[in-house]
Design a protein. Structure first.
Length: 157
């Protein structure tokens, strides 16, 4: 009987085929997982932009400052300030949606300077449509979904 030394050509071929079969099974799974992760990241960004649009609308572009509530009711100076505010005539502000990204960036919380208004798949900017105070929508150029007046379309499916 002859002793074998090293790996024969047939053994190497079997190992290469086994690795190829395993790779062909794993690559679609990895690709699908990556696509789902990017789609979810894109949808999260659209949700954030939608919230920024609503905040922009509620504050009339940052002109209306939300009222600070006081918890101490025994404070008479706070009550006097509220009475004095009621005496002043109301100033009306135009509330509208915007497609200006620079205006929306002002609505970001502190440290939000690094937020990108683009789809993470390929860096193409979101399509933002804003019509005065009647309508706004945010769409992904890669088909990851759309948000119309704060309601995402992908939750209906």
């Amino acid at each position: 009987m002859r002793e074998r030394k090293g790996i024969m050509l047939l053994d190497a071929l079997i190992i290469i085929l086994a690795v190829g079969v395993i790779a062909s099974l794993l690559i679609p799974y990895i690709r699908t997982e990556r696509e789902v992760r990017l789609r979810n990241a894109c949808r999260n960004r659209m949700q954030i932009i939608s919230n920024l649009e609503l905040k922009y609308f509620e504050t009339a572009g940052g002109k209306i400052v939300p009222k600070a509530e006081t918890t101490d009711t025994s404070d008479t100076t706070a009550q006097k300030k509220l009475v004095n505010k009621k005496d002043k005539p109301d100033t009306s502000y135009v509330r509208a949606f915007t497609k200006n990204i620079d205006e929306l960036k002002k609505m970001l919380p502190e440290g939000g300077d690094t937020f990108d208004f683009v789809c993470p798949l390929d860096g193409r900017p979101f399509v933002i449509v804003a019509r005065d105070s009647f309508f706004f929508s945010i769409s992904c150029p890669n088909g990851h979904g759309q948000i119309i007046m704060g309601s995402p379309t992908w939750e209906n499916k």
